[in-house]
Design a protein around this ligand. Structure first.
Ligand code: SF4
Length: 548
């Protein structure tokens, strides 16, 4: 006689925290914080309590959570080396000063706004200002007591820090040459402006599973492949200019190239379609585990077809038009140098090293632009800046003025191709230094590679991250450098990098190969890059892009 066995129950599927499926619990601490109080409410407490009570009066839940919705992070306490980053509690890394991100959608500012940004930097941020690779401006050394005045002055100039960070719809990337480029398919600016007007700061979209990054551009010049949502200019054979919709791109761990949904979206429908996609993310996004909460995980599980079907049936209540893929160049453009605009004027793109400028420099840029008859400046997703609307007769004078500020308009390939994240100078997650290292790398390579500079006809990008996150998009660089502690030849634990080679955007978009054991110490970095570049120049076919 056989022994009776307990019938096996089918394993119960654990929810991923998708609200639409009823999984509201269990919440992780971040979800709990957002549920307890809408993060947008923190501004009131900053203005009415913390700005008066000072740093010690700040509730820890606000300090390390909700402050981000207004672009505020505590910066790293000076003097803590990268080897200790992971061993300390967040409060041990917190300085009482803040990093503040000013959101600049489309990277577009007037010279008057630029002057305000620069003056605030001088008055409250020890003259710091970095151009980020999301077209923002980032200050450091901000004190909580100064925030009400900073907001008042920023908002007086039409600028904001709202939803510059946090689990929210962050700054919208746009082509830095929107509305002026001769080959632009369609100007995305009206769509960006409408989304900002209708949806930024709206409680309905201020509690997302994670951050949500948008790019809207009539040209493929905004790294659209690695955005949560991107609209890329495309000419439809029947309907004319509009946008191709991509979803689910992202970097950091589990990097993914966005997927095309195969739809054509006319410009005036972009805001509604954007709202549909972000609503899917809010409702179906995976909130249980933060490392699986970005929209790319949902897109990976659903696939493009199901995602489009849910968008059409549950959210838009209509079918979208099928559309073609956009034309993508083999190399993304960075707009550095002098280029003719559609109206016969010129735009002039200049290269600070890895986006590092200062308040004083930005004020001087505003003055130089105005002296050249321009009132518009744009920041680029490659940490560069562009002065628009320059008459031909003013171009040389402007270039000289910018060069005097350290902003070269005909930079070496190294100055042009380097990007770096914030790194250990201010970032609490950092393991290594990045910005000063980028500056040192550029000047060293300019000196050591003089003999072959003229042979480097296609730019070689070098992106430097201070930790395994990918704020400087290392997986999309020809040479990507991920900061970590490595062992040097004498067995010492020192700052260094894991190397990723051959990533890129554009026609052959793909992620760089992480070569196991391919690590360099920070001290060996220039020598290593020199070796890689010399080998590439010696072995390549004419005009061959850095191998992928
Ligand atoms: Fe900080 Fe890491 Fe991002 Fe660099 S990549 S800014 S070190 S989180």
């Amino acid at each position: 006689m056989s022994t009776p066995t307990t019938p096996k129950r089918a394993p119960r599927r654990r929810g991923e925290g998708q609200w639409a499926l009823g999984y509201r619990e269990p919440l992780n601490p971040n979800e709990r914080s957002k549920k307890d109080d809408n993060p947008l409410n923190v501004r009131d407490r900053i203005e009415n309590i913390y700005a008066h009570g000072g740093f010690d009066s700040i509730d820890p839940g606000d300090l390390r959570g909700r402050f981000r919705w207004y672009g505020l992070y505590t910066q790293r306490k000076p003097g803590i080396d990268g080897g200790r980053t992971a061993t300390l509690e967040p409060e041990e890394l917190d300085d009482s000063y803040f990093m503040l991100r000013v959101r600049i959608d489309g990277g577009a500012v007037t010279t008057e706004q630029l002057r305000v940004i620069g003056e605030l930097s001088k008055d409250y941020a020890r003259d710091t200002a970095d151009i980020t690779d999301r077209q923002n401006i980032q200050y450091h050394w901000i004190q909580i007591e100064d925030m009400p005045t900073i907001w008042e002055r920023l908002e007086g100039a039409g600028l904001t820090t709202m939803e510059a960070c946090g689990d929210s719809p962050r700054v919208i990337l746009g082509s830095p040459v929107a509305g002026i480029a001769t080959d632009e398919v369609v100007d995305g600016t009206p769509a960006i402006d409408e989304i900002k007007e209708r949806y930024i700061g709206l409680p309905e979209f201020s509690n997302l599973p994670r951050k949500f990054k948008t790019a809207i551009s009539g040209l493929p010049d905004v790294a659209h492949e690695v955005h949560d949502i991107a609209f890329v200019g495309v000419d439809h054979p029947e309907h004319g200019p509009g946008f191709d919709l991509w979803v689910g791109g992202g970097l950091s761990t589990n990097p993914m190239i966005g997927q095309r949904l195969g739809t054509w979206v006319p410009r005036d429908e972009v805001p509604d379609v954007w709202a549909g996609v972000i609503s899917i993310f809010r409702d179906y996004g995976y909130r249980r585990l933060r490392h699986r909460a970005r929209i790319k995980f949902l897109v990976k599980d659903w696939g493009a077809e199901k995602f489009r079907e849910v968008l059409e049936t549950e959210y838009l209540k209509r079918k979208l038009v099928d559309g073609p893929a956009p034309k993508v160049p083999d190399q993304p453009r960075d707009h550095v140098g002098v280029h003719e605009q559609r109206d016969g004027n010129f735009y002039v793109g200049a290269a600070p090293i890895a986006g590092r400028v200062s308040g004083s420099t930005l004020i001087a840029v505003a003055e130089a632009a105005e002296a050249a008859g321009s009132h518009r400046v744009r920041f680029t997703p490659q940490q560069k800046l562009i002065v628009l609307d320059v008459a031909k007769s003013e171009v040389d004078g402007l270039r000289t003025a910018l060069a005097g500020l350290g902003l070269q308009t005909d930079p070496s390939p190294w100055r042009r191709g380097v990007m770096a994240c914030t790194g250990i100078e201010f970032c609490k997650l950092a393991i290594v230094e990045t910005k000063a290292r980028a500056a040192n790398l550029v000047t060293t390579l300019e000196d050591r590679l003089k003999d072959i500079t003229a042979d480097v006809t296609t730019p070689i990008s070098v992106h430097i991250n201070g930790c395994p996150n990918s704020c400087a998009r290392i997986q999309t660089a020809d040479i990507g450098l991920k900061g970590q502690i490595v062992t040097d030849a004498d067995g010492n634990q020192v700052e260094g990098f894991q190397v990723h080679l051959g990533g890129g955007l554009g026609l052959d978009a793909g992620f760089g190969r992480k070569l196991r054991g391919h690590k360099v110490t920070a001290d060996e970095l220039a020598e290593y890059v020199e070796r890689v570049v010399r080998n590439y120049v010696a072995d390549r076919e004419p005009d061959e892009r850095f191998p992928q």
